[in-house]
Design a protein. Structure first.
Length: 369
């Protein structure tokens, strides 16, 4: 089997790489060509374009990069036709992927969508377009099946792949000591900072996160650097008592006491590791004003959306400031910690069982055979 895969972000790279691994375990002759990241390339070294060259955040940023996006779309369509796969696998990243899905469908290429676009959050009628150009949808949240049923679209709920990715990680006391030593960290408890993977969001959010350091002298603040961004970019924000690490986010979360996290998949990762968190988000002014009018959900973090309650505090836009971050961080280090951890237990139950990647691979191959 030949698969053409498009994943446009770091989280998509993780989940697509695990899906590739599962597909290879079902059929060792499976071939891939893809847009993605280093994790996917480790499974099959046939990367076309790295997600770092594709991730444009917000309405303003997209507007300024329209020429690049159009060029990428044009190249992708031609490359897809030349590769002529048994199926196209699209991983989230809807702005780009839905356009490719429509094109592929018109060329009679089988279209699989793994990890649904969040159409339930805004512009819900996109579900009609998705139904028209996607042959099989594989969803990771339990409420998505019910949403798509409103549009007479039967989807495959496979559970969340993060459970597999995270539960496969072990971390002994010796490994903890080695981690601290390797990264020149002290024995002070750690507050992890996960400011995102896109340059624009990190630039807006990281300085706000770091502004509370002096209020927590008994803790060390450690930044989980995005693999797509280099150390030179982060140096603008670093002080003498700040540490940044790369490619070790899960190990960091294994031992963190609390975390400040940019909204997105990282909020789920943090919750699955049972780390109390405060969700932080700040967009460009124009992007925020447009989004506020279009997005129709009560919460921005996946943790709260799935639980349908404010289990973790969300500091958005002007609320993302030193005083509010300090206030919420004090709470999760003290009085609110137990309740948040109890909410995490319920979250795990709602995310479904293990084996999402394997289940998805089996269903995909069954559809093609």
């Amino acid at each position: 089997m030949k698969f053409y895969i498009i994943a446009g972000e770091a989280s998509g790279d993780l989940h697509a790489s695990n899906l590739m691994k599962a597909l290879k375990s079902e059929d060792s002759e499976t071939q891939f060509r893809f847009w993605g990241g280093d994790l996917m390339n480790a499974q099959s070294p046939n990367i076309i374009k790295h997600y770092n060259d594709m991730a444009f955040m917000g309405f303003t940023e997209v507007l300024f990069n329209l020429r690049t996006i159009k060029a990428n779309l044009s190249f992708c369509k031609q490359d897809l036709l030349e590769y002529n796969p048994d199926a196209l696998i699209l991983v989230d990243y809807p702005g780009f992927n839905l356009r490719i899905a429509k094109f592929a469908k018109s060329k009679n290429i089988k279209v699989f969508y793994y990890i649904s676009p969040k159409v339930w959050a805004w512009n819900k009628k996109r579900a009609i377009k998705i139904k028209a150009c996607v042959d099989e949808m594989f969803t990771i949240f339990p409420f998505e099946s019910k949403f798509y049923q409103k549009y007479n679209f039967d989807v495959n709920y496979v559970g969340h792949p993060l459970l597999d990715a995270i539960d496969n990680i072990s971390f002994s006391n010796n490994e903890k000591d080695s981690f601290l030593s390797k990264n020149k960290l002290s024995n002070k408890p750690i507050i992890a900072l996960l400011p995102g993977s896109r340059k624009q969001e990190v630039a807006r959010i990281l300085s706000e996160m770091l502004s509370v350091q002096s209020y927590f002298p008994d803790y060390q603040f450690v930044i989980a650097g995005a693999p797509s961004l280099n150390i030179e970019f982060y140096k603008t924000f670093l002080s003498d008592n700040t540490t940044i690490i790369f490619d070790q986010t899960y190990n960091l979360l294994k031992i963190a006491e609390a975390a400040l996290v940019t909204s997105g998949t990282a909020t789920l990762e943090t919750a699955i590791f049972n780390v109390p968190q405060v969700v932080c988000y700040k967009a460009g002014s124009l992007t925020y004003q447009i989004a506020k009018r279009l997005i129709n959900v009560k919460f921005i973090s996946l943790v709260n959306l799935i639980l349908n309650k404010e289990a973790v505090a969300e500091l958005i836009q002007d609320d993302l400031n030193t005083n509010r971050i300090s206030e919420e961080l004090y709470k999760i280090l003290g009085s609110n910690k137990k309740q948040q951890l109890n909410d995490y237990k319920r979250l795990r139950e709602l995310l479904g069982g293990h084996g999402a990647s394997a289940k998805t691979a089996t269903l995909m191959l069954k559809t093609l055979n």
